[in-house]
Design a binder for this molecule. Structure first.
Ligand SMILES: Nc1ncnc2c1ncn2[C@@H]1O[C@H](COP(=O)(O)OP(=O)(O)OP(=O)(O)O)[C@@H](O)[C@H]1O
Length: 349
C-alpha cells in the first residue's frame, strides 16, 4: 500500500500542509520536539482511524477546536481518500466523502513502530491485551464486534455486582460466557500464529535468546461459567468480575525468564520490534498487501545489528516513513522537520 499524500489541519504542532509521499523509504529528521512523532501519529490516524491519545482533544492544536487529517491511499490498485476529524470526545471518519464508522477504514493499511512499544514488555497486562485486541480487531471484524459487546456486558455486570444484585447474575453470566468464549477461541487461534511470527522475527533480529509468547488465560471456555459461579462471593464483595478474557495476558518469555522482569532496555525494544514485525506479517497475510510502515525514532536504544534490521525492513516494504534525530541511511528521500513544518528536501542518489 502507498500513502500518496497526507494533509493535516490544526493537528498538534504541525503546520497545516499537504505532503506528498513517494514509494520507497522517506526519512524525516529533525531536532527533539520538531514534530516528527506528530507527523507519524497523524499519518497513522488518517490511515487507520486509530490513536492511543488518552483524550482526542490532545490531538487538536492548542487554541483550536477541531483537527483534521486526510490520507490519499493507494491500495489494491485503487485510490481511496480517508478523512478523520477529531474534537473534544468526537471523531468523524469519511471514505471517499462518505461518512463511515471508524472500523470501516481499510484495516491493514499501516503499522507503526515506536520506542514506546517497549512498554508492551515492561507495562501492565492491559497494554498487551490492547495490542492483541487491536490487532485481532483489524484482522477480524467479528472479533471487534464481540469485544465491544463483551465490554458493554462486562460494564453492566459489574454495575449489577456493585449494586449487590445477586439475582440478576444468571442473565449476565449467560451473555458474558457466550461472548467471552468466542473471544477466547478467536484469541487462541491468532495468538498461536502471532507467537510463531514473533519468534521468527526475534531470531532474525539476531537475538541469542529465544522469544516465547503465550496467552495466559484467567479461565477457558469450558470452565468459564463454573468459575464465575465459584467466585461469586468474591465478585460481590469487590464489585467486579474477576475471571474472563478481560483478565488475560500475553506472557513474553526471553530465554528462561519472564521478559518484563529481566529484559534489558535494548532487549525489550527488540521484543517489541518482533511483535510489530509479526503484526506486519499477519496483516500482509490477511489482506494480501503490505501495510505502510511508519517507524518513529529508528535509532532509539538499538545496536547496529538491530538498526540494520530496521533498515532492511523499511527497504522491504512498498513504502516506509522513518523518523530520527539524524538522517535515515538509505532513504530514497530525506525531509527536514522543524517547528512542525517540513522544511527542506534533498533527494539522494
Ligand atoms: N495539541 C498540541 N498543540 C500544540 N503543540 C503540541 C500539541 N501536542 C503536542 N504538541 C507539541 O508538539 C511538539 C512536537 O512533538 P513531537 O513528539 O512530534 O516531537 P518529535 O520531533 O518527535 O521530538 P523527539 O525527537 O523529542 O521525539 C512538542 O513540543 C509538543 O509539546
Amino acid at each position: 500500500m502507498q500513502l500518496l499524500s497526507l494533509s493535516t489541519l490544526n493537528y498538534r504542532n504541525l503546520q497545516d500542509a499537504t505532503l506528498p509521499f513517494p514509494a520507497g523509504v522517506s526519512g524525516l529528521w529533525g531536532e527533539n520536539g520538531a514534530g516528527k512523532t506528530n507527523l507519524l501519529e497523524a499519518a497513522y490516524l488518517a490511515l487507520t482511524g486509530l490513536t492511543d491519545a488518552p483524550r482526542l482533544e490532545q490531538l487538536v492544536r492548542s487554541g483550536e477546536r477541531e483537527a483534521y487529517v486526510r490520507a490519499d491511499l493507494m491500495a489494491g490498485g485503487s485510490l481511496s481518500v480517508l478523512e478523520t476529524g477529531v474534537g473534544r470526545g468526537r471523531r468523524t471518519t469519511r471514505v471517499d466523502g462518505v461518512r463511515v464508522r471508524g472500523q470501516e477504514l481499510p484495516r491493514g493499511s499501516a503499522v507503526w513502530i515506536r520506542p514506546e512499544d517497549s512498554e508492551l514488555v515492561y507495562g501492565p497486562p492491559t497494554l498487551r491485551r490492547a495490542y492483541l485486541d487491536a490487532l485481532l480487531s483489524r484482522l477480524s471484524p467479528r472479533h471487534a464486534q464481540m469485544l465491544q459487546r463483551y465490554d458493554r456486558t462486562l460494564a453492566q455486570r459489574n454495575a449489577a455486582l456493585r449494586a449487590g444484585e445477586d439475582w440478576a447474575m444468571a442473565v449476565w453470566d449467560e451473555s458474558l460466557v457466550t461472548l467471552g468464549s468466542e473471544i477466547m477461541q478467536l484469541r487462541r487461534r491468532a495468538a498461536g500464529r502471532l507467537a510463531e511470527l514473533a519468534a521468527a522475527a526475534h531470531a532474525q533480529l539476531g537475538s541469542q535468546k529465544p522469544l516465547q509468547l503465550q496467552l495466559q488465560e484467567s479461565t477457558d471456555p469450558e470452565r468459564f461459567r463454573h468459575d464465575l459461579g465459584r467466585r461469586r462471593a468474591e465478585e460481590l464483595s469487590r464489585g467486579a468480575t474477576v475471571v474472563g478474557p478481560h483478565r488475560d495476558d500475553l506472557n513474553l518469555t526471553l530465554g528462561d525468564f519472564p521478559a518484563g522482569d529481566y529484559a534489558s532496555r535494548g532487549e525489550a525494544r527488540t521484543i517489541a520490534l518482533a511483535l510489530r514485525k509479526a503484526e506486519l506479517d499477519l496483516l500482509t497475510e490477511k489482506f494480501g498487501e503490505q501495510p505502510v510502515l511508519l517507524i518513529d525514532d529508528f535509532s532509539a536504544e538499538l545496536d547496529p545489528h538491530r538498526r540494520a534490521f530496521l533498515l532492511q525492513l523499511a527497504a522491504s516494504v512498498p513504502q516506509a516513513i522513518v523518523t530520527g534525530t539524524e538522517a535515515f541511511p538509505g532513504a530514497a528521500r530525506t525531509l527536514h522537520v522543524a517547528a512542525g513544518g517540513v522544511l527542506a528536501q534533498e533527494v539522494e542518489a
